[in-house]
Design a binder for this molecule. Structure first.
Ligand SMILES: Cc1ncc(C[n+]2csc(CCOP(=O)(O)OP(=O)(O)O)c2C)c(N)n1
Length: 363
């Protein structure tokens, strides 16, 4: 097992002191450790493509090697800036990628990770990125870093599950209501034919678990097990050609990942579209790293983009009253729910995805 603190020290010795990326559960300990490390610059980016561009800008202004960390599911977001800016045949900019390798062969994982896991190495090869798997043999990594510097090319280190030691991190104290309390109340109030599209991470897992255990039979859900940041666009696509009420359950991290979807919703969505944001100011599902969303005014943002109304729930005492009002409005409407950190115990994961899809379509 690799100790994140020692690994970051090793990178420091190799003159790497700029980090940016999108959080990942495999790299949780690593990113938490960077936050504690003095003398480094650390930026949590809204999506992996932007992290690449930030790092490229840093490299241009300092001539030092930046480190970009990401889950392999975010490799898709990096392909454009890597192939059209960073690549040896374009501007030839060196980067060190640290990639959490979900779905790596022979390790049990979810279907959405299996697909990307199997093609991760091939994708890196296609992009011309030399890589190695992390190990305690730091000489290999040192050689890779030197290769990036001398050839002005991106290189990558792949990290499988449980390769970084997982130290306990302090649980943040936060205000608001529990996501699961909100979902239970919502499931009791929605109409029979309402469709819910839920975002990646704990939101989909909690919705699935509450449906399964409490046997709420009304409505059918579509769980975005992958495709982080795409729930609202998928929901918009469903709503345009469907008369039923469509509710998108989103996270602040996921919404910020592809914020352009809000503009489309404001511009195009019909009155059946309702957008709920669980704002806990962090990526709770992968370790509660900040999303920098404390200062966003979702009221002004949603109104300026064409949403008709905006509601906010801060605590349990307001929950039912405001939720009922929100459900009665004509969309596109936004409801921001200040959500406190904490999720159901023994969280389940949506299974039998093709059946779930067919149920959703046929409902
Ligand atoms: C493209 C991509 N990047 C990173 C991840 C890893 N990931 C899964 S859930 C999640 C956090 C989502 O944050 P938010 O939307 O705020 O929801 P919360 O976890 O707080 O409920 C992240 C970063 C991913 N699944 N896909």
């Amino acid at each position: 097992m690799i100790d994140s603190k020692k690994f970051i020290n090793f990178l420091k010795i190799n003159n790497i002191s700029f980090y940016c990326g999108v959080p990942d559960s495999i790299l949780k300990d690593f990113s938490n450790e960077i936050v504690k490390t003095k003398g480094v610059k650390h930026i949590i980016a809204p999506n992996e493509g932007l992290a690449i561009s930030l790092a490229a800008g840093y490299s241009l202004s300092t001539d030092k090697l930046p480190c970009v960390y990401l889950q392999n599911s975010g490799l898709g977001n990096t392909i454009n800036p890597i192939s059209s800016i960073i690549h040896k045949k374009v501007y030839s900019i060196p980067l060190l990628l640290l990639i959490g390798w979900r779905g790596s062969p022979n390790i049990k994982d979810e279907p959405q990770h299996k697909v990307k896991g199997l093609i991760t190495k091939s994708l890196l090869k296609l992009l011309g990125i030399k890589y190695t798997e992390i190990s305690s043999d730091l000489k290999k990594i040192k050689n890779l870093i030197n290769y990036a510097k001398t050839n002005n090319k991106p290189v990558a280190i792949l990290v499988k599950k449980n390769q970084f030691k997982n130290k306990k991190s302090n649980i943040k104290i936060s205000k608001g209501i529990l996501r699961s309390d909100f979902i239970s109340t919502l499931l009791n109030l929605i109409k029979k034919k309402t469709k819910i599209i839920s975002t990646t991470g704990f939101t989909s897992r909690e919705l699935f678990q509450l449906r399964s255990f409490k046997n709420y039979k009304l409505s059918k859900d579509f769980y975005m097990v992958g495709g982080m940041g795409h729930a609202s666009s998928l929901a918009l696509g469903v709503s345009i050609s469907n008369k039923n009420e469509i509710i998108c359950l989103d996270g602040d991290g996921a919404l910020l990942m592809h914020l352009g979807s809000m503009n489309l919703i404001g511009h195009l969505a019909n009155k059946n579209f309702k957008h709920i944001i669980f704002n806990n100011y962090c990526h709770e599902s992968v370790g509660s790293q900040s999303t920098y969303s404390e200062n966003i005014n979702f009221k002004l943002l949603s109104k300026s983009l064409g949403y008709k109304t905006y509601f906010r729930i801060d605590n349990n005492s307001q929950l039912k009253k405001i939720l009922k009002k929100f459900l009665k409005t004509n969309g596109p409407t936004m409801l921001e729910v200040k959500t406190k950190i904490g999720s159901l115990d023994n969280l389940m994961r949506p299974k039998k995805l093709i059946k779930l899809k067919n149920d959703f379509k046929n409902f």
